[in-house]
Write a protein of this length. Structure first.
Length: 506
């Protein structure tokens, strides 16, 4: 039966998958060695006959003939499936051997000589414990290879003594305590974050070995240590980036580091009294939007001539499609409420309120109780209720203007709440299909951050609301976010927004 033959050009092309194949070469060689559980590793880099030569020895468990023939020289195969190993993609030998000029492998009494995908295995009189690689690379000089090994060894926490050209290399120390843990949506931990002063590099590691790095704008060194048991799920096959949802969360974390380092390195706030029931989510739609698919319950109709924007509760009539279309035709962008049977706060609000805070911070827990609408009465909660309604009006108006300019967004379910984080002015959170826009109502000293009687503070509320509204469609602070926010701010009518906010707090 005929088989597919991969020539030298195929293997050399594989080197272009990596930003710098030398970094990947050093990583793969060191990874393979540490997975073999050695007690020592010795590396020599030199230039021989116009090629950078790497001699790499570890005294680990070595390879049998079956492993060589059925795994090492079978692309994609691997024996590394346990939680104590890093490998598992079966690609390392491509860049370490097949893509290079020539290679020799000694393990036990076996001697392998090869070039590209062609190799021979013979038995030797020497019985060598562990594995010895002698690789003539395509690099004409060994210095860049030596630097790649040195950089990797000094930034990794390899627990095995390693000598590079005779010099014992001291590994990097891992900070004693993780500052936060990255988790999936279902709460499963996949990475632990460590921080220390440095040169502004984020290094992603597994078992202490650096997989890849990213440069940061700060002067901190950040270590993201992946959980070994899920590392093969998290890393791409080239191990210089992450897969799918992990890459998205990683990018968001890196963006957060550039915006507010202290906040990004803290554990995310845990919700306190997640929802204070008061009527459910509100929904806004542009004039051209279709009927809200699957909407149930009741809808708040806006009388002709009155702009809604979430600032004033309006009479409630049963929801029906005809009424929805008529209201759209008369009022343009509009607001309706999806009613839910949930406990109402002491002072009725007509919509759910979400609170986000750090459950482990006693001071924050006290603040959250003070700003919890279910704890208010007609006297003690008056000013807090006014600020909540002012925030709701600012968000509603900003969202109305945004959806008018961007009708393709469609219907948006939303409500408001509080967040207690002195490093941020507001946050956007997804709750199912809905969006919560939570304002930080207090300063670092605990005093109220906004006075609704102040025109300047009302304008500040509108600016913060516009920022969080754009986050409904753009989670990151990228160019698209900046463009949408700039357009939205330019379309806001400050006088109209101010009127709506003042009407809401009356």
């Amino acid at each position: 039966m005929a088989t597919v033959f991969a020539g030298p050009a195929f293997f050399r092309a594989e080197l272009r998958v990596y930003g710098d194949w030398r970094d990947a070469f050093a990583r793969e060689m060191l990874q393979n060695a540490t997975d073999a559980r050695p007690t020592r590793i010795e590396i020599t880099c030199e230039t021989v006959n116009g090629h950078g030569r790497v001699t790499f020895y570890d005294d680990g468990h070595g390879m049998t003939r079956r492993v060589l023939e059925e795994v090492f020289f079978a692309l994609g195969e691997t024996t590394k499936t346990g939680p104590d190993t890093i490998g598992g993609f079966g690609r390392a030998r491509i860049i370490t051997c097949f893509a290079q000029e020539a290679y020799t492998i000694r393990t036990g009494n076996l001697l392998v000589t090869g070039q590209g995908g062609e190799y021979s295995i013979t038995e030797d009189s020497i019985d060598l414990p562990g594995t010895l690689f002698v690789i003539d690379t395509i690099d004409p000089d060994h210095h860049r290879l030596e630097w790649a090994f040195r950089d990797l060894l000094t930034t990794s926490s390899v627990r095995v003594p390693v000598r590079l050209n005779g010099e014992l290399i001291h590994p990097a120390a891992t900070p004693p305590r993780a500052t936060r843990v990255l988790r999936t949506d279902d709460g499963r931990a996949w990475g632990r974050v460590y921080a220390e002063p440095g040169s502004g590099v984020l290094r992603v590691r597994v078992h202490g070995l650096v997989m890849f790095r990213r440069w940061l704008t700060s002067n901190d060194d950040i270590i993201l240590e992946l959980e070994p048991r899920v590392s093969r799920e998290v890393l791409t096959a080239s191990r210089d980036s992450l897969t799918g949802r992990y890459q998205t969360q990683f990018d968001q974390f890196v963006a957060a580091l550039s915006q507010n380092r202290r906040k990004a390195l803290r554990p995310p706030a845990e919700p306190l009294d997640v929802r204070v029931g008061g009527g459910g989510f509100m929904a806004s739609a542009a004039p051209a939007a279709q009927d809200p698919a699957g909407a149930t319950g009741e809808v708040a109709e806006t009388p002709a001539g009155v702009r809604s924007a979430g600032g004033t509760l309006v009479p409630v009539v049963p929801y029906n499609q005809a009424a929805f279309r008529q209201a759209q035709a008369v009022n343009g962008p509009r607001l309706f409420e999806l009613r839910q049977e949930v406990p109402a706060p002491t002072v009725p609000l007509g919509f759910d309120v979400y609170l986000y805070a750090d459950a482990n911070d006693a001071r924050v827990r006290r603040l959250a109780r003070l700003w919890d609408p279910s704890q208010w009465d007609s006297s003690t909660g008056s000013r807090r209720r006014q600020l909540l309604l002012a925030w709701r009006a600012a968000v509603g108006y900003a969202l109305e203007v945004f959806l008018t300019a961007n009708p393709q967004v469609g219907r948006v379910l939303w409500t408001v709440g509080w967040t207690f984080d002195e490093d941020t002015r507001a946050v956007h959170r997804n709750v199912g299909e809905g969006h919560v826009l939570a304002l930080s109502p207090v300063t670092g000293s605990g005093t109220t951050a906004y006075r609704v009687s102040s025109r300047q503070d009302r304008r500040a509320l509108l600016a913060v609301a516009a920022h969080e509204v754009v986050h409904i469609v753009c989670p990151n602070h990228d160019e698209q976010f900046a463009s949408l926010l700039t357009n939205l701010v330019g379309q806001l009518d400050q006088a109209e927004a101010d009127r709506l906010i003042r009407d809401a707090v009356r």
